[in-house]
Ligand binder design. Structure first.
Ligand code: FMN
Length: 179
């Protein structure tokens, strides 16, 4: 797929109302390829936890327990929704207390996530980056064995690319100024 077309046509797929599956070998391949993202000092400051289809309900319950507390209706709905996905990727990165290194790592992880998004798009897998508040809840991090020098950057929901997701036009395409 041509790069320019992939950049414009990649979009966040946010409809999770039917069961989807994805080939395990493709997910593994995409995770390997995404690691060619630029990163300073070759720190490669990312790792990915893969929640496969058969563990989605369990993961959704963990998420709900930390996000919705005692709201059992919300929990049931959340389990139902997430169970339809092909899988969830949890993108974990270094949490470097040094400001410069932290900025570099955030930028590198962003590049890594965009690589993944484009690769999934090219492979016909729908994806959406998710950054719910629960990502910073200590109990949620503990349950996922996130280390003290790490943080969760995002979840990536995997689904199918059913074509219903709109391509959103961009407004700020002409913001180039000269100095
Ligand atoms: C850092 C980041 C965090 C995001 N978090 C969420 C989120 O929590 N929930 C969600 O539905 N979409 C989330 N998105 C997806 C954006 O809503 C989406 O990229 C944006 O609307 C543009 O649409 P497009 O990706 O289809 O071009 C996130 C995207 C980025 C880059």
């Amino acid at each position: 797929m041509e790069l320019q077309k992939a950049i414009v046509e990649r979009r966040s797929c946010k409809t999770y109302n039917h069961h989807t599956t994805a080939d395990d070998s493709i997910i593994k391949e995409m995770i390997q390829l995404a690691s060619y993202a630029p990163n300073h000092g070759m720190r490669e400051p990312w790792r990915v936890i893969w929640i496969k289809k058969n563990r989605l309900a369990e993961f959704a319950a963990l998420f709900a327990d930390h996000a919705f507390k005692n709201d059992s209706d919300k929990k049931e709905k959340h389990i139902e929704t997430l169970s339809q996905l092909s899988g969830v990727l949890i993108v974990v990165g270094k949490y470097d207390r040094r400001q410069k290194q932290f900025l570099e790592d955030v930028l590198a992880v962003g590049a890594y996530i965009q690589n993944l998004s484009l690769l999934f798009h090219e492979s016909g897998i729908g994806s959406c980056i998710k950054t719910p508040g629960v990502l910073t809840v200590p109990g949620f991090n503990n349950a996922l064995s996130i280390a003290a020098d790490e943080m969760i950057y995002s979840l990536i929901y995997l689904t199918d690319a059913d074509g219903s997701a709109p391509i959103k036009e961009r407004k700020n395409t002409e913001l180039l100024t000269e100095w």
